[in-house]
Design a protein around this ligand. Structure first.
Ligand code: URA
Ligand code: SF4
Length: 183
């Protein structure tokens, strides 16, 4: 499967009820050969309108945090667990995540990242550990099949609670330091 095929399949997907509410599918953005894959939850209103992930307020915060940590645009790719916008920005349901996850796995196979960073609890529970609590798992590193997994807060949580900003900055710095040691 190449990128064109994958994008075509996702664009026509009706595997779960989220298909009904979407304007655009949101596949991902960034370097398709990046060493780091960031995984969010699902598109919000701005993302649905533009067909790109993390382009609203939370996305601006994330880009700024990444820039200030030292990341360049070449270093990362960003995708979500679900490719279609959940109504009223609710969390995607487990069955919606399950229906959509094969696409994230296909993206992972094409990108071949060395590091996967889960943003928030939806990504963490789907990618790292079903029982994961974000406050407990964030900042930790887990190796699986030669890939390093970690998690930090979702940038939208930082908008609600600015005291989490410094913690996320530290987590992203630790990702940056790890990246430097492995490339
Ligand atoms: N929140 C997410 O989880 N993903 C986006 O793309 C935007 C906001
Ligand atoms: Fe298909 Fe994923 Fe959209 Fe559901 S969220 S319709 S599985 S692309």
């Amino acid at each position: 499967m190449d990128w064109d095929e994958l994008i075509k399949i996702i664009s026509n997907c009706t595997k779960c009820p989220l298909a009904q509410g979407r304007t655009n599918v949101v596949v991902g953005r960034g370097n398709r050969n990046a060493p780091v894959l960031f995984v969010g939850e699902g598109p919000g209103a701005n993302e649905d309108a533009q067909g790109l992930p993390f382009v609203g307020q939370a996305g601006r915060l994330l880009d700024l945090a990444l820039q200030s940590t030292g990341f360049t645009k070449e270093d990362y790719y960003i995708a979500n667990v679900v490719k279609c916008r959940p109504p009223e920005n609710r969390n995607p349901l487990p069955e919606e995540c399950a229906a959509c996850l094969p696409y994230l796995r296909a993206q992972f196979k094409l990108i071949k990242p060395k590091i996967i960073v889960c943003l928030g609890s939806v990504a963490s529970t789907n990618m790292i550990d079903k029982e994961a609590k974000i406050t407990a798992i964030r900042g930790k590193w887990i190796e699986r099949g030669g890939v390093l997994f970690t998690a930090t807060y979702h940038p939208a949580a930082l908008l609600r609670d600015p005291s989490k900003k410094i913690v996320m900055w530290r987590d992203l710095k630790s990702v940056w330091d790890k990246l430097k040691t492995i490339r």
